[in-house]
Every structure is written in structure tokens, then in C-alpha cells.
Design a binder for this molecule. Sequence first.
Ligand SMILES: *Cc1c(COP(=O)(O)O)cnc(C)c1O
Length: 366
Amino acid sequence: MIKFLDLQKITASYHSEIQDAVNRVVSSGWYLLGNEVKTFEEQYAAYCGSSHCIAVANGLDALSLILRAYKEMGVLQDGDEVIVPANTYIASLLAVTVNHLKPVLAEPEMITYNLDVKEVEKLITPRTRAVMVVHLYGQCGYSNELRELCRKRGLKLIEDNAQAQGAFYHTKRTGNLGDAAGTSFYPGKNLGALGDAGAVTTNDAILAETVRTLANYGSKVKYINEYAGQNSRLDEIQAAVLKVKLAYLDSDNAKRRQIAHRYLTGIHNPRIVLPAVQTEEGHVWHLFVIRTAERERLQQFLQEKGIQTLIHYPVPPHKQAAYSERNEEEYLLTEQLHREVLSLPISPVLTLTEADTIIEAINEFR
Ligand SMILES: *Cc1c(COP(=O)(O)O)cnc(C)c1O
């Protein structure tokens, strides 16, 4: 059986370093807002090339705290519109709606499945204040054209970098491309904790301070509350684990690239559309997503050969009961993607032999 993602094997590859890091925190007696979080924030900011990093409890909080901070700063107001990809994980939208802002959904560009700048431009109204770019499946969705459009129209550009830690746009990393970025260190992400974790990165000092304050009960000085904030802190144990894994992120991403390259050169089947790569360094292969009109049959076929696959994602946000008021809206490209996509196993611990088994099976599919 080839698992879709073998987290046990991934963790085992760092076992002794993780054990040491956890033991260090356990015996320190200091579990929150301490040196592990502080040094992780410094290291992750340096990795992205950003001036500030605020570690928070998870990726959804990271994104929603950015928008909340913009509201506290007077940049955003209730009812303002934020353009978000229609084909994303629901967290991107939840961050918008939880802040009483309106997600305006953009159809993807069908080569990379990322934001289509022309589509974004069409959706801009006098109420638009921000664009959220999601680097879907690990491929950078940012472009100079998008930046220029946002600059011209006075829009904040927010990155959802949950799936693309380590990817580049030219010489700059994702997480340092827009005005602010939210990321997730959910265990299955390219940089994954052993539990929930997330972070905001930005070069805006005021935004950084506002996010940090909001995430800690709206308080800078203990027992003095400036905002009706929330509790979204990263704990010391997760920060210590993330420091261990951050040191290997580039080499782990290189292993993902090697698997992706194997798939891209080995899979030859007219029924299957392979993912397109814009630039090598712009893709960190969080997921390797193929498309086929016969998705259910292919998934079943691979399952019978002991190959586990997943679907990212089976139902788009606008068709979810959570957004029932939008269920009648139509986003045809997005809906097509949700019918056709299938994610193959890819991770730093998947072997090339396993990849070859998967390639052979897919090439046999008729
Ligand atoms: C995982 C993910 C999130 C949310 O992260 P959590 O840590 O699970 O809250 C947000 N956006 C995208 C695109 C994701 O893949």
C-alpha cells in the first residue's frame, strides 16, 4: 500500500532532533510566548525575507488576523470586498467572512489553476479593497501584473501561503510578495508542525504589531487590553519542532521536485492532464494534481493497485452548505476542476521506486 502521505515516516526522519527540541521545552518550564517562538519567528521571517513574522495558532487565524488588523487600522470596513479564488480551500473564504467582509470569487486560469489577473481586474468594484492570492498546490500565484494591478487600484495584496512555503517568484520567496501573508503549519503542509500552527509575515511594522496584539487578547502590556482580541498563540513546543524542520525545508522541497519531475516525464496517458510548471523554483509541489474526466474510475483503479489518492477539493466553497446563500452562483471552470482533479502521493519520504509504481499504474489506465 502506498499511502497518500506518510506523516509517521516524515516525523521519523527527524526523530531524535524533534525529541531533543521537545525535551528542551518540557524541562524549561516555559510554554508560551518564550524564546522558542521568538527564535522561530526570526528564522521564518529571515527564510521568507520578510521583516516581521508573528507566529499564531493556525493558518486560518493567520489570514483572518491580517484582515482583522486592517480593520482595526481603518484600512478595511465591514462589507468591503476581497477578491479570492473560487477554487481554494474554504479557509481562504472563512478568513474574509468571519471579518464581515465580502469574498468576491474569481475563476482560475486553467493552466496553473491560480488567479487569472484579467479575471481579477473584471471583478474590481468601488468596494474592492484587497485581493487574496492563494499559491495553490505549491505553485506561486503572484505576478508583477497582479502587483501592478493592485497598486494602480489601491488594493492590498494578501498571500495565502499555506501550500507554498519555500517557493520563489524570481528571487523573492512567497510570504514576502504581497502586503502580508498568512501561512499554515498544519502537519501535512510542506513545513508542518506536530499539531496546529500558523504565521503571518509582512514588511509592514504597524500591521505586524496590530496582528501580534490582536492574537494575544488585544494586549501589548499584560492586563491592558487595547482591542477585544483573541487567543491565537503558537506554543513553545510547536515552535521548537518547526525550527528543526525549517532547517530541512529546502531539501525536503527538492525531494518533492524530484518526485514531480519523475511524474512529469514518466506519465504518458492521453486521458490525463498533467500539472503545468511555470518555473522550477516557483513550485514546491505541496500537491501533485492531475486532471481527468474519469476521475472516479481512475481513483478506484489506483486504489485496487494499492495506491492511495485524494481530491483537493471535492466541493468548491460556493457549493458548501456553509455558504448556502451562494449555492446558486456558477463558476464553471472552478466546478470543472472540482470534478476532475486527483492528487497523487508526493512527499519528501515517497521513494522513486514508489513513484515509478504509480507511473506504471497510471500509464496502464485505459
Ligand atoms: C491549510 C490551508 C489553510 C488553513 O490552515 P489551517 O492551519 O488548517 O487553519 C488556509 N488556506 C489554504 C489554501 C490551506 O491549504
